[in-house]
Write a protein that binds this ligand. Structure first.
Ligand code: GLU
Length: 482
């Protein structure tokens, strides 16, 4: 039995796409459920024009965040250049390759009205030598076809008549994806290639290369098992767009998704665990996951569902854990990780940990993202409540009774005892005098105290803010509106 060896092989050309994160996760599942399975990380960094070092860091950090630790790597594909070159030399010696100096324009003009895509094989028998203008092409067999045995899609047949003599190295010497990826997979002894379905058309070419390398190197290894994961689509059932859809895993991390929730949600993209429960712990996901059960239909990346699931994960956290976990979104430690582009409403010295810890359980019940916390409780740390003008106009300014209520309440609050039940009774009592129910009475009070019409429970908030400050805000709101 060969030990299972899988790899995640991202190209560092941008943010860590959620589709890539799903590929990484499914590979990781397969490694974790096999005895001695190995999950390898290989950064495919050979496209110097499009790669950036910061994207490499982004991928590595986001994978750590998700808990997808590599057993081997991260390796750099660029370090394997000598192996790629050796493979090219061997394939040349075996008669599988040829030099070609056709420009794209030349190929096009030979085609005329013939719309057949791909290269026409013009240089195949010209016997060109290596030069500064020659790229290298693979001689795709003229007859027959190649079958991709795909665990998700079944057998997919590709006739060689539709596979052109594809380029494996450019005239600059740069080795292209199809070959570099196969050479590395062979050297890394990869048993399963699990990747997005956009790679399916590459796979017959890569099988041809793999078999050619088997023949010329004398090292015959079986081609890997393939599994091409379904496309991720948006609400309009269109392929997720880098520009229009939120596809960066880093962005989800910064908004305050929990890695456990994110992993759980990614697992549901094209696959589902047994039972009706969607919230499934990772150990169970690993135990139940089967590539054979992955669907080949496009999977809807439903941000609302993801956010809902995140809320469930937040609510089940023990309070201390919730508080500790939320600190980067309310009082970031300059020496530790913090969400990028975080803009807190308060200055660091205005934050009060004790006050936060007291309100935290009420916040925890109400949010589905960590980034929702600060705007919900800003009134507790700022000297003035950040007033929502529309809410103020609607609940305080427009209604004389509301202002009378605020003044009467301010007077009563100066003598009552200061606990949430008494505060509640007080607000109810003042409202009743004007035949206003609690709901109606609360609105101007809440707006005066917090600046908004929604937020954590009002009486707890007033209790926490303290008598003097609460009264001051209520009087201030009534006066401002008069
Ligand atoms: N570097 C390729 C990509 O990011 C890897 C594809 C593969 O997994 O083979 O799309």
């Amino acid at each position: 039995m060969t030990a299972t060896r899988v790899r995640f092989a991202p190209s560092p050309t941008g943010y860590f796409h959620v589709g890539s994160a799903r590929s990484a996760l499914f590979n990781w599942f397969v490694a974790r459920q096999a005895d001695d399975g190995v999950f390898l990380l290989r950064i495919e960094d050979t496209d110097a024009d499009r790669n950036r070092e910061e994207w490499v860091d982004g991928i590595v950090e986001a994978m750590e965040w998700l808990g997808l630790h590599a057993d081997e790597g991260p390796f750099r594909q660029s370090d394997n250049a000598p192996a790629h070159q050796a493979a090219i030399d061997q394939l040349f010696a075996g008669g599988y390759l040829y030099f070609c100096d056709c420009t794209g324009d030349a190929v096009q003009s030979r085609k005329g009205d013939n719309k057949t895509p791909g290269y026409d094989g013009f240089c195949r028998d010209r016997g060109l030598e290596r030069s500064a203008t020659t790229g290298i092409r693979f001689k795709t067999p003229l007859e027959g076809g190649t079958t991709v045995r795909d665990l998700i899609r079944g057998d997919v047949e590709f006739s060689h008549s539709v596979i052109d003599d594809f380029i494996i190295a450019k005239s600059s010497g740069a080795v292209l994806f199809a070959l570099a990826n196969v050479v590395d997979d062979r050297n890394d002894r990869i048993t399963h290639v699990i990747r997005g379905e956009e790679h399916l058309p590459n796979t017959p070419k890569q099988i041809l290369l793999w078999e050619a390398l088997n023949a010329v190197t004398g090292v015959a290894t079986p081609t890997p098992v393939y599994a091409h994961l379904p496309l991720l689509v948006n609400e309009q059932r269109k392929k997720l767009s880098k520009r229009k859809d939120p596809v960066a895993t880093e962005q989800y991390r910064d908004e305050g998704y929990l890695p456990e929730a994110f992993v759980n949600y990614l697992a549901l993209l094209g696959w589902s665990p047994r039972g009706d429960e969607e919230k499934v712990p990772v150990a169970q996901l690993i135990a139940e996951f089967r590539l054979e059960d992955v669907s080949h239909s496009p999977a809807f990346f439903d941000v609302k569902k993801l956010q809902h699931l995140n809320g469930e994960y937040i609510r089940e956290m023990p309070l201390e854990q919730f508080i500790a976990h939320s600190m980067p979104w309310v009082s970031p430690d300059p020496a530790a990780w913090s969400p990028s582009a975080l803009s807190l409403p308060w200055r660091p010295e205005q934050f009060d940990y004790e006050r936060y810890a007291t309100i935290a359980p009420l916040v925890q019940e109400r949010i589905s993202l960590m980034s929702e916390i600060a705007p919900m409780i800003d009134f507790l740390f700022l000297p003035e409540p950040p007033m929502d003008a529309e809410a103020f106009a609607k609940s305080v300014a427009k209604d004389e009774t509301a202002r009378v209520i605020l003044r009467e309440l301010a007077a009563e609050l100066s003598t009552t005892s200061w606990d949430r039940d008494t505060l509640h009774a007080c607000v109810v009592g003042v409202g009743e005098r004007h035949e206003w129910n609690l709901r109606k009475t609360q609105a101007p009070v809440r707006c005066a105290v917090t600046g908004k019409l929604v937020g954590p429970p009002l009486f707890e908030s007033m209790e926490l803010l303290g008598r003097d400050e609460t009264i001051r805000r209520i009087v201030d709101a009534a006066e401002r509106a008069s």
